[in-house]
Design a protein around this ligand. Structure first.
Ligand SMILES: *Cc1c(COP(=O)(O)O)cnc(C)c1O
Length: 393
């Protein structure tokens, strides 16, 4: 049979055709009224997509650039900060904050789990200036309790800013920046907004803008205050990634269309879509006898991390899906390689994609004679079909 390449990875994610067309057509100069009107519209729509009244800044970088910008703009050398980590992306926060000379406290939960609010409370100091965390840890498929952490910081009267890598949280998780009092939400283009890598964005609270007046870690290209000043005029400080901004505009239009002309509704529908695809996948995997990596109730809708049967390398499944069906799923990152595989639901995935990957997983698992208790054709598909019939919104 012919093989159609399909990404089932939590970034890059499958591309929206309209975003690709918009990129190809974007030969405009960035100091023109044409660009200014595009940029102004995209920035306004991004606020709605994030679900905040706060200003949103776009940077020409992958997601980690915005993570670094949040550290360089919001901390000073010697600042005490708290990193909450349970995976590879959490560890990136530790790396960046250390690189910028922060005194870093770490709550380090095992991979495949999350930390308790009691652990966070115990690690929070009077001097803690900022807390860094992921909304969803893409390396393990675990969702962290951002609302709970935000409430905890409030109830402790903490001065700490809450800075959240929501790079796979946005568009997959119901998040409420303003109501919860989150100070920074970070997003990336190759995730829920269905376009290529190269843009990151940050929503920044007034409290965080105020903090920037006093912090003095070095920053130049990623100077958020400079970008904010320019954004108010519909421009960016340096040459922006014009084609990617055009693509982002097209994606946000698509999401608006999925909400019947209302971007807020479209965003909610996109989150519900990811949740449905994720729940179908979990139901299928468990029916086939696989175990899930994330604890019950803390599964990220961005991606499902599935454990192979004891004694089997997850590479068998990753390679089987690729060679037989050209379906790209991700193995575990770093030391998790071989011990899990991840199927993504973030962005441009639908019912059809989900059914297809579950069917393909059955094929690969049965061909490899994986030692799973309920491994026959249809077991996973039936569970997914039932979930969809009973729950899909
Ligand atoms: C993809 C991702 C990032 C950003 O990685 P880049 O490669 O810099 O885009 C950061 N955090 C999480 C949770 C991610 O999934």
């Amino acid at each position: 049979m012919i093989r159609k390449t399909r990404l089932f990875t939590p970034g890059p994610t499958p591309l929206l055709p309209a975003a690709q067309f918009a990129m190809a057509a974007a030969d405009i100069h960035h100091r023109t009224p044409e660009f200014r009107s595009l940029y102004t519209r995209v920035l306004a729509q991004l606020k709605e997509f994030v679900g905040t009244k706060n200003d949103v800044i776009i940077l020409s970088s992958s997601g980690s650039g915005a993570m670094e910008a949040s550290v360089s703009n919001l901390t000073s050398p010697g600042d005490r900060v708290l990193v909450l980590t349970a995976g590879k992306f959490g560890e990136r926060w530790t790396g960046i904050t250390k690189a910028f000379g922060c005194h870093v406290d770490v709550v380090d939960a095992p991979y495949g789990s999350t930390f308790t609010l009691d652990q966070v409370k115990a690690a929070l100091k009077l001097e803690t200036r900022a807390v860094f965390v992921q909304a969803t840890e893409s390396s393990t498929g675990v969702r962290h309790d951002i609302e709970g952490i935000a409430k905890l910081l409030k109830s402790e009267n903490s001065e700490a800013l809450l800075i959240v890598d929501a790079i796979t949280g946005l568009g997959t998780t119901h998040l409420d920046m303003d109501a919860w009092g989150v100070d920074v939400f970070i997003g990336g283009s190759q995730k829920a907004v269905m376009m290529p890598p190269g843009l990151s964005y940050l929503a920044v609270s007034q409290r965080a803008w105020d903090r920037m007046e006093a912090t003095y870690n070095p920053r130049y290209y990623f100077d958020l205050r400079k970008e904010r000043k320019n954004a108010a005029k519909g421009e960016s400080a340096y040459t922006p990634a014009v084609a990617l901004i055009a693509a982002l505009g097209a994606s946000l239009e698509y999401i608006t269309g999925q909400g019947g002309g209302d971007l807020t509704v479209g965003r909610t529908n996109l989150v519900n879509n990811a949740e449905t695809c994720a729940a179908m996948t979990r139901a299928a995997a468990e029916a086939m006898g696989f175990r899930l990596f994330a604890p019950k109730g803390y599964e990220a809708a961005a991606a499902t991390a599935i454990l192979p049967p004891e004694g089997t390398d997850s590479g068998v499944i990753v390679k089987g899906l690729k060679s037989k069906f050209a379906a790209i799923v991700t193995d575990g990152q770093g030391e998790m390689k071989g011990s899990l595989f991840r199927i993504a639901h973030i962005g441009y995935f639908d019912y059809m994609d989900t059914i297809a990957i579950i069917g393909a997983l059955e094929q690969v698992a049965i061909a490899a004679k994986l030692p799973l208790p309920n491994l026959t054709f249809g077991t996973g598909l039936v569970a997914a079909q039932k979930f969809f019939a009973e729950h899909a919104k």
